[in-house]
Design a protein around this ligand. Structure first.
Ligand code: GDP
Ligand code: IMO
Ligand code: MG
Length: 435
């Protein structure tokens, strides 16, 4: 196994459909980092940190906030609901976690406004049985406005005239769609403006040139941890479109969403659960509808950290993971929730797909093929022993070691971190991503 030497920029990202345990691992690695940076997504994310039995779920604030050494940054690629961010900051301050001076936000972050949430909701209603199952946070409509070059940014919330000039045409347009197309209520422009200005005044102190901070940190040899949201299969380009989120969750998002260059990424940590989950609608070849699936959901406590919805559960999909490794240039894998498999008599890994009963080579090239895929499995004996909190790979039962070895072979990347419990210290770092 290659031992990386002194990596300064590490990207942590999800290799499945999100909720792989990114928050836990970012919190753990942030002990070594000077900066922790979110670069895409918004408060659709729910990242859970459990330290000494105390649970904290973060949505917009980077998961380095509990580590006193780390400054936390929100890059330009993140879409921010100022109202949701204020609430999250208030919650943190109420818990005694200081954010002032420890959090910087790029003024160019696109903002999620109340009309984005209304549009997200109405679109889902209109889609009926074809609904995406979004988090309803306005993520898609906000990114649409950004790409359509009519998006507002955090910096726009600081000046009443500037805000009014940009808001009026945008709200005229969206109110037309809301009332005429969706038969919904129009939103009041002056109310939206006044609320946004109030929030802008509260959040102004956090604004900072995040890209410049990152360049200076790189030049000074500081350690930077990039925290992805969602997961590779929810990527707008490479995921199970249209059942995806509206950003690039794959590694390129770390560059475009923060302003660092690809050559500034020294290491990519791909996080995967030891099985698979998905929240919301869309294809999921290895989904289980039997007792094993129910067992994974119950033992894994698979409920969405943002919406509380039950997560769909299934076996590990090595085909999709192998693609994720290639797409992201994964240096090392972190396998989480191995302990959730502890009681099973047998475990399965998907090693290939059938399309209309014919084997296909690897990952489907055409996204419309996803819904017709059937998994082909390799079955292995379970270990039926407790792995919670183990501190080395050798301590694992033999059959669990066989499972992990086979994962590495099929997926094409080495396991560098193993997590066997939700607490910060449950698991083991086999190879330190920072070297
Ligand atoms: P994220 O969105 O990728 O940060 O993941 P979430 O926080 O949404 O979901 C992961 C869930 O699994 C959280 O409830 C974590 O506390 C929990 N978790 C993380 N790692 C482990 C692990 O190794 N074992 C168990 N049992 N739970 C874990
Ligand atoms: P974290 O960062 C799991 C899913 C939604 C829906 C689809 C589109 O905690 O891993 P959106 O609201 O983004 O337009 O919804 O994406 N989704 C997530 N699933 N974890 C997440 O974030 C998710 N963020 C969005 O359920 O299927
Ligand atoms: Mg989550």
């Amino acid at each position: 196994m290659n031992q990386p030497t002194s990596n300064r920029s590490v990207v942590v990202l999800g290799t499945q459909w999100g909720d792989e345990g990114k928050g836990k691992i970012v919190d753990l690695l942030a002990a070594q980092a000077d900066l922790v940076v979110r670069y895409q997504g918004g408060h659709n994310a729910g990242h859970t940190l459990i330290v000494n039995g105390e649970k904290l779920v973060l949505h917009l604030v980077p998961s380095g906030i509990l580590q006193a050494n780390a400054r936390n940054l929100i890059g330009n690629g993140v879409v921010i609901s100022p109202a949701a961010l204020k609430k999250e900051l208030d919650d943190l301050e109420n818990r005694g976690i200081q954010t002032k001076g420890r959090l910087g936000i790029a003024p160019n972050c696109t903002v999620i406004m109340p009309y984005h949430e209304a549009l997200d909701r109405m679109r889902e209603v209109a889609l009926g049985s074809q609904a995406i199952g979004t988090t309803g946070r306005g993520i898609g409509p906000a990114y649409e406005d950004k790409i359509a070059r009519r998006g507002l940014c955090m910096g726009d919330l600081l000046d009443g005239d500037r805000l009014q000039a940009k808001l009026e045409p945008v709200m005229d347009y969206h109110n037309f769609v809301l009332t005429q197309y969706f038969q919904d209520k129009a939103l009041d422009i002056s109310r939206v403006r006044d609320e946004a200005l109030q929030l802008g005044a509260i959040l102004e102190g956090y604004l900072s040139d995040v890209t410049d901070e990152l360049h200076r940190a790189r030049d000074a040899g500081l350690k930077i941890l990039f925290e992805g949201a969602q997961g590779t299969l929810l990527d707008i380009d490479h995921g199970t479109y249209p059942f995806v989120t509206s950003s690039n969750t794959t590694v390129g998002g770390a560059c475009t969403g923060s302003g660092i260059a690809p050559c500034d990424i020294d290491y990519v940590l791909g996080i995967t659960k030891a099985y698979t989950t998905r929240v919301g609608a869309g294809p999921f070849p290895t989904e289980l509808h039997d007792d094993a699936g129910q067992h994974l959901g119950e033992r894994g406590k698979e409920f969405g950290a943002t919406t509380g919805r039950s997560r769909r559960c299934g076996w590990l999909d090595a085909v999709a993971l192998a693609r994720a490794v290639k797409l992201n240039g994964v240096t090392g894998l972190c396998v989480t929730k191995l302990d959730v498999l502890d009681q099973l008599q047998e475990v399965k890994i998907c090693t290939g797909y059938l399309l209309h009963d014919q084997p296909i080579d690897g990952y489907p090239a055409d996204r419309d093929q996803w819904s017709d895929l059937q998994p082909r499995y390799e079955t292995m004996p379970g270990w039926q022993q407790d792995t919670r909190g183990i501190k080395s790979r050798e301590q694992l039962p033999d059959t669990a070691q066989v499972y992990l070895n086979r994962m590495e072979e099929l997926i094409g990347a080495p396991i560098h971190i193993l997590s066997t419990g939700p607490e910060r210290d449950e698991g083991t770092v086999l190879v330190n991503p920072f070297g």
